[in-house]
Design a protein around this ligand. Structure first.
Ligand code: NAD
Length: 504
């Protein structure tokens, strides 16, 4: 592990070490009731850097979902986990956080192999955040108390209780990061879980279930991992299972609609983190160099495959040309290449289907569009150059639809009202940034934007206690801090009446 850590940070292309190669060579299976379970059919996960096969993975269906839900339900009914004290559960989460950091080099490598994201991002960003998610929720849940209302000889108090079997369905763009964001609070609250990772990125979940989970004393059956596809397969069987009490889903808005229909079987409690079409609003009085620097990151980090990305940049007309040139100059300087090199800033897109989708948007870049940077693709692998365009109308497909790739479109504006209307003119409402030195304006504009998160003179600032989620078609409900605990538990109120006798 230490050698791998040094290799990763060396700045040279990382060669996959033999122990990782050997692990990848063995087929990956589901973990149900603490045992590896194989399916009759399998699928392959690929390395987006060149399209080569990384590993073969069991492809779950109804049978595996039924078995996983049954194992989770039995563990819940036995009380194996939910009856442990909150303190014991939080201690297990802290140990998971520590183990994640011990295994950071291999987890970062697997995440970059599976997603194509630059190793520096996995190593310095995603995987440390996984550890943080476990540690944060352990700490947060431990601190929480509940209200008690003494009324004469009666005491009213409330306590949280777990829900039962919780289904976690996750996307490919931030695999273990988003899985841990759901696992940590769900486990802290005492639920039993069935996790269905994305079929495009099963590796870190498989490694986590094989090597880390068994080390922290969480009983078998409490966390089950079933690999496979969504529509008509494992994902759909899971979210329509009558014994699932809650579904936490992160993914496309369209999938959210399908899941909502399936979940009507319960009806089942839902938390949805869905698509986005974020925007940055840059006023001429802003620190334009800082704004250009951060807007570049907001557009291209993780190849633009972040729900909180900002693929639309609205710039006050008086500085439009100068600012767009700053943005384009930075985009042209981004080091696009081998994700397994620590110097690389952008890697390939996740895979061929998504690559074709993003290419179809690039093919729309005809007059009146002006391409300031990028616009081309590179192969082998699924590379798209960081692309900056302007001149597109607000109702153009590139302006309205979630591309989820490294394409940023820049628009001039003259007034606050005009830009507010333009930012709000999509069905999404996840995030936006406002760039100005005028505090009153920052306050006015951020109040008027219809989205769940607004940053002023920043992007992606996160405090894990604040409510995270989208307005409009970007989500349903909020997660983070107490909001996550609320989702993964329900309150019970108990009222005790004492005899009311005087002290003897
Ligand atoms: P996706 O919706 O295609 O798939 C997500 C998961 O849902 C996968 O595990 C998939 O197998 C499963 N799934 C698909 N169809 C299903 C069905 N009918 N029933 C049950 N499960 C089903 O999303 P994706 O392409 O993996 O991820 C990209 C999307 O995720 C983007 O739209 C992005 O904005 C969104 N996202 C949102 C947030 C957020 O916090 N709002 C964070 C990350 C990603």
């Amino acid at each position: 592990m230490e050698n791998l850590r040094k290799d990763i940070q060396s700045g040279l292309d990382v060669v996959i070490p033999p122990f990782v190669r050997d692990w990848l060579a063995a087929p990956k299976h589901h973990v149900i009731d603490g045992k590896f379970v194989a399916s009759a059919t399998s699928f392959e996960t690929i390395y987006p850097g060149d399209g080569s096969v990384l590993a073969t993975v069991s492809r779950g269906g109804k049978e595996e979902i039924d078995a996983a839900v049954a194992a989770a339900k039995q563990s819940f009914e036995r009380g194996d986990w939910r009856c442990r004290s909150l303190d014991e559960r939080c201690t297990a989460l802290e140990r998971l956080g520590a183990l994640i950091l011990e295994h950071l080099p291999v987890l970062a490598l697997l995440e970059s192999l599976d997603t194509g994201k630059p190793l520096r991002e996995s190593f310095e960003g995603d995987i440390p955040r996984v550890a943080r998610n476990f540690k944060f929720f352990a700490e947060f849940a431990r601190q929480e108390g509940s209200a008690c209302y003494p009324q004469g000889n009666t005491l009213h108090y409330s306590q949280r209780e777990p829900l039962g079997v919780v289904a976690l369905v996750t996307p490919w763009n931030l695999p273990l990061y988003l899985e841990s964001w759901k696992l940590a609070p769900a486990l802290a609250m005492g639920n039993s879980i069935v996790l269905k990772p994305s079929e495009w990125t099963p590796l870190t979940a498989a490694y986590f279930a094989e090597f880390l989970l068994p080390k922290v004393g969480i009983p078998s059956g409490v966390v089950n991992v079933v690999h496979g596809f969504g529509d008509g397969e494992a994902g759909e069987f899971l979210v329509s299972h009558p014994h699932v009490s809650a579904i936490s889903f992160t993914g496309e808005t369209q999938t959210g609609r399908a899941i909502m229909r399936s979940a009507a079987v319960g009806p089942t409690r839902l938390s949805f983190e869905l698509g986005g079409k974020g925007a940055s609003v840059v006023f001429a009085d802003a620190d334009l160099d800082k704004a250009a620097e951060v807007c570049t990151r907001a557009a291209f980090r993780n190849q633009g495959q972040i729900c909180l990305a900002s693929p639309r940049v609205f710039v006050e007309a008086t500085c439009f040309e100068a600012f767009t040139e700053k943005l384009a100059a930075r985009a042209r300087n981004i080091k696009l290449g081998n994700p397994l090199n620590y110097q690389t800033e952008m890697g390939p897109l996740i895979g061929s289907t998504h690559f074709e989708k993003v290419k179809s948007y690039l093919s729309l870049l005809k007059a009146p569009a002006r391409v300031w940077a990028g616009g081309e693709t590179r192969s082998p692998g699924f590379y798209v150059e960081p692309t900056v365009v302007s001149g597109l109308p607000l109702d153009h497909a590139i302006s309205c639809e979630e591309i989820f790739g490294p394409v940023v479109s820049v628009y001039p504006f003259k007034t606050e009202n005009e830009v507010i209307e333009a930012v709000n003119a999509t069905p999404y409402g996840l995030s936006a940034s406002v760039w100005t030195r005028n505090g009153d304006r920052a306050h006015r504009v951020s109040n008027a934007l219809r989205c769940g998160l607004v940053w002023v003179n920043a992007w992606f600032l996160r405090d894990l206690r604040v409510p995270f989620g989208g307005q409009k078609r970007s989500g349903l409900g909020r997660e983070g801090g107490a909001f996550s605990l609320d989702f993964y538990s329900e309150w019970k109120s108990v009222s005790i009446q004492f005899s009311g006798e005087e002290a003897k």
